[in-house]
Design a protein around this ligand. Sequence first.
Ligand SMILES: Cc1cc2nc3c(=O)[nH]c(=O)nc-3n(C[C@H](O)[C@H](O)[C@H](O)COP(=O)(O)OP(=O)(O)OC[C@H]3O[C@@H](n4cnc5c(N)ncnc54)[C@H](O)[C@@H]3O)c2cc1C
Length: 490
Amino acid sequence: MSTQDHALPLRESPLGISVLIVGGGIAGLMAALEMWRQGLDVKIIERAPARLTAGDGFTISHTAMRAFNKWPYLKQKNKEITWNPWLAWHNFKGERVTEPVSMNFTATKDNEKGAYEETDGLSPEMHRHSRPRFHLMLETQLEQVGIKIQYGHRAVRYFETPEKHTAGVELDDGKILEADLVVAADGIGSHSTKITIGEEVRARSTGISIYRTSYPVEIVNSDPEIVEKFGNAPNGSPLIQMWMTDGLFASFARNDFEMGWSITHKKAKSSSESWSKAVSVEDVFESIPEMNDWPGYARRVIELTPKDKLLDFEMVWRDPQPIWTSSSGLVVQIGDAAHTFLPSSGNGANQGLEDAISLAKCLRIAGKKENIPEATKVHNKLRYERVACLQKIGICNQVTQYGHKDKGVLNYTPRPKYLRMLMAPWTWKHDPENYAEAKYHEALGALKDGTPFQSTNIPHGHVCKPWTFESVIKAMEDGGDADFNGDWES
Ligand SMILES: Cc1cc2nc3c(=O)[nH]c(=O)nc-3n(C[C@H](O)[C@H](O)[C@H](O)COP(=O)(O)OP(=O)(O)OC[C@H]3O[C@@H](n4cnc5c(N)ncnc54)[C@H](O)[C@@H]3O)c2cc1C
């Protein structure tokens, strides 16, 4: 079946609301699609001159993939491009210290069939995606509904004109673009914080970086030892090997398309927060001398990395910020522009997708131009606490290197605590569209009259209190935990 043969989803009646989306990343593309479906008129601009094919992989959860059931092409294509890894923990001699486990999301009914049925035909396993393939899938779908990303447009300033009920952006060439609503989906360096919280808040370094890449698997397939050592799990699924020692964490994964590897390390000279600035393999060996003791086949995977494919990605962070809209509500942030995630949360792309689905539904419920401000603020209220919870788990996962620390000592445990939290039902059973439908008016009431509002897309019984990156790290260094009150595993 060709791309053209797929039916488009049913589009809701037009609302007569124009939306300008700034940023053609994962969140921006999904917002454009969902807003089109909900009857809004969408334009999308992107600063890059053409589609960005950089990046390796990320995890997408059922909360976002469930939305693809409404999009026949996305539903089919997603099944073709996703892969379901198992995980096994290793030491740095390459010795296996836990047997491979399948990374299934946990079900409240403690049986996999139940979980499977509840995910609309998606298997309950962890789903990984190549970012370039996933991006292409969304962009292809967008073209099918007749929306083209306008490349080469860089926004430098956001503004709103409430008396005219419009908002807009200034581009770097001085041009002004306006719409009824502007969505800042321009990622971690967004200029939009100037209009949401009154100042530009640049993400700051965590002091940690990741050497990361994935490259065509054919490059390693002619090396039998690599193929053997990075073989599949017992059921034939690709296996992610997590190599851990105190202070250093690496991962290796070989699937049908790609060989991927990453090493998390202290920030080096070469580190930068960029998906396009390549570093050399020599840099890696120079900054991590321990690698000379690694087994030859692991070193070869690194040496075989094609030039220009290797990044030293600096992990940056902004503390949870509860305000994602301008004061008049005509500019709203989604995705990384609203919240940063460490890769160890497995949620950067996923929460961007959830934002997109939620915002589009809120605008649909609001129904008309005059109600845009309430829609964006309700959306913000529905999303903030959930996102902050997932951000916190990511930090703990990072500190414990996806392992488990017991009295400061690393344990090699299949499915350690923070991974279990990430795979608990409260994370993956959530449906952002249904949630917006169910909770919109309650949240609106809370915003208008201060009536109580209880988020139900967070861990059961959890009471959210403000926290910072430093406070979480400190709590863990002191041998405690980062205030996981409530039930984070069901
Ligand atoms: C090229 C690239 C590769 C990536 N690779 C990975 C990866 O391998 N693994 C991973 O976990 N995450 C990766 N990420 C990050 C990941 O995609 C995001 O964290 C997540 O998907 C949230 O998406 P987002 O749309 O909010 O942000 P992003 O995906 O960062 O998208 C933001 C978009 O806005 C555009 N933009 C930025 N500033 C402006 C401006 N002033 N005007 C107009 N447009 C602007 C950017 O070019 C980008 O396309 C990558 C991001 C990019 C841009």
